[in-house]
Design a protein. Sequence first.
Length: 905
Amino acid sequence: MADTTREFYLGIDLGTTNSSIAWGRVGKNGIFKPRMVDMQLPMADGSWETKQLLPSFFYLPKDQNDHEVGYKAKHMLKTQPGRVIRSIKTKMGQDWKKTIDEKDFTPKDISSYILKQLLFGIKRTFRTIINDIVVTVPASFDSEMRSATLEAARKAGIKVKNDNGSPRNILLDEPRACLYDFVNRQKQGEIPDHIIDFSAKKRILVYDLGGGTLDVSLHDVNFKSPEDSLVNIEDIAISRYTDIGGDNFDERLTDYLFQRYCKENKLKLQDYSDIEIEYAKMSLFYYVESFKRMITNDALRREEMFEDYEPEDVRRTIMAGYLLEQHPLSIELSLKEYEEIMEEFLAKDVKYPIISNIGEQIGERNLISPILDVLNKAFKKLNEIVKPDLILLSGGMTKLPMVRKRLSAFFGMEPQTIPDPDKAVSRGAAIYHYYLHQGYQPTAILAESIYLGMRGDKKLKLVPSGVPLPYEEEFDFNTEGKTKDIAIPFYRTGSSRPFARRRFSLSKLYPPKTKIKAKINVDLLKVIEFQAWVEEFPSDKITITIDFTRDTKQKKTSVDLKQRIEPSVVEKIEKSRQIIKKKEDSSRELQYNELTEFFNSIPYTGKPNYAKLTEKEIVNSRNIDQVVRGLLNIQRKTHHKIREKIILLLGDIVSEPRIHVNYPNIISSVTKNMVRYVDMIQNLENPNPKEINITVRYAIETIGKTKTIDLQRNVITSLIIWVKEPIFHKIRSAILTSMGKMPPDNEILAFLVEFTSKPQKKNTLIPSLWALGKQGSRDLANPIIIDYMGNVHETILQKMDSTVDFEIIQYISYTLLEICKINPNHPENCVSSDARTEIIQRMERKLIDLEKPFKKKKFSPLDQKLKDWGRFLSTQKWINLTIQALKGLEFSDEDMELLDGFRRN
Ligand SMILES: Nc1ncnc2c1ncn2[C@@H]1O[C@H](COP(=O)(O)OP(=O)(O)OP(=O)(O)O)[C@@H](O)[C@H]1O
Ligand SMILES: [Mg+2]
């Protein structure tokens, strides 16, 4: 069914190295226009930047519950590789886990964290929680990898089932996504007709080489009619899952450099533990990946300028600091040398197949073998060796000149790179999301055949590759000997190891040759369901539904670090880092004495203390900007008790008017970091109540002190969300106070008016009254604000009538003073004179009522009444001040001081 109620559509590219979200809606020209979501993301240095790609890296800081996903996490690979998880996508569906601080993290967990971070990005942009979204997967992902992705999506809050329990089409194959984006760009006129024109059906081969996977697929693409905006894509063949991508290139270079480094420094590997070597390599990997990007960009820049260059002349140095003890790594490589090291991936001697050798050399781990696989599958289907009309390149790795050159040599034609190759997939996913809501019925095929393992190495084909999905088939087989238990192992094309094993028990022992009926169902998302039962005894029917998401496959691809780390080794690494750090810093002078004092005041917990570790960095900073960055950096990775102190310090820094004038960027990075921190706590499943009461409260107070203007909208929305959040009920007064301190804003004002008019406990009513007064106190209050005032003074007066609490009455009086006083600069903006008269009369009456108990009798100095009398007097003072303001009378200096003090809270 077409759904026209949505305003925008969204797609996620959950990539091995980078993830992103695109959104879009139909433009004026009637064509859907996708764009990337700009996400506000924290950087490694603590600042926040607008980015369209989120690195798919996870990092768990020590001694903390919260984690980091993105740039910071990627950066931490350099110094704390053991606490970083990367390239999780290639492990989806496997029984893999990594243990950090005794906590286990599975591929599903990590993927769901990445998805959550992305969804958080959209929540901020669209100010609404979104659970209807498309997520992409490699076309070659098998059933388990898809199930695991679905499970991760579900964990992240994405709706994976319809209300009736049927699966939603939320997964989309990446090459299809590329095609949607490509075709869409062509429709928009961004791709000239001479490259491709879709007036007739076109056969396109998509070659997507990303960080972890290589997807090759062949499709027929056409439009039903030229005016049709929905493109029809038919899958002809999809390559088998091939675990090759940028990571393999980077690992190859890491190994090469590490060997060279050990040789040049005469280091013997046996002097180091496995874990030290592994950590050194993991941190080198970070530098290698950035070297690859830089040297590629250098070459691309020259190509763009039509410069002739020799790969020998493009050079870059990899500088990876201290990998093992005091030996820094610094090695220069040319593009030519790089390409030689990577040559093994190119399969340079393989040529485009001809009939006589079709089907050979498939299955090897290089950049060409998956193409052969696709051509072979297409040959079986179409009985011809396909020559595509267009080769479409996608994925960050296709930027490498060597990759492009090799492909153009192999195909004998120049491939076309999709614009923005690292963003096309998410853009395409948003387009597909729109298609789905238009009632589009997607089609899909299965990349590989599925077999059931029978006795004696025989295999029964259950699903042939290339069949259109959804697919359902019934079949039967006979048991061999006397049977009660039947094992059912599943295989896929070309693999001798089952990808899933199941066993079912019949209710009794059956004779040999019992006929078992079975049914296999592969849905559009390529998730497989299998059922089996004994045919002859329908009453004794056994039905098994295979839940692939709970499969346990014993495939270990990575070392379980926890089992191999010895505490002494970890300590050694930690110590040597500290020594290096000290050496670097010892020549500098201490500049910020009060900071040193602050760090000294942090109690020593016996655990490695991040604040201490970074102390010197900060103390030696040259300017306040660096100090704040350092503080932000520490507060994000430290224990909340230390964070609490740092936030207090940040609060002091941002309250300085000098900082507001000279360092506006400090104000905004502190604000962003505080907002992010509070949001993070709000999203935790079980936040620590102590942390909320103290550290979060300080963060919110700090936000109030920043009096931020450039992030005003974001902050205000957050404050309004937080104040309604049940887990923050104890710190509501801090939130309300910060609301009061925000620059004048109608949204806050409207909120406060409504909030105050409802029944509230005293400890929230008082700050809300104060905030309302504060928001209304600006001399430049604009007419809309006064409109609100017209409605609100009556609500406030009613509150006053119903209470005898002096403190509340003082605050009510202050609020009325601020919002209803005569503003000599803008008399037209003030409440009407009728309203003013009404307020004055009611306040005078209240004053008389309040004074009554004190008039009647005299009381001794020890009487409680004496205290009350004092309270009455100050209340009387406020009421009189308010009346004075409403009459437009000037304040004495003394009164002005009182008022200013109250405003400052
Ligand atoms: N300018 C560049 N030069 C060289 N390599 C690059 C460049 N930009 C990105 N890459 C490499 O491309 C890979 C990432 O590509 P991409 O973002 O398409 O992958 P992904 O979507 O995360 O992975 P996958 O599609 O395999 O899940 C990484 O190995 C990265 O180093
Ligand atoms: Mg990708």
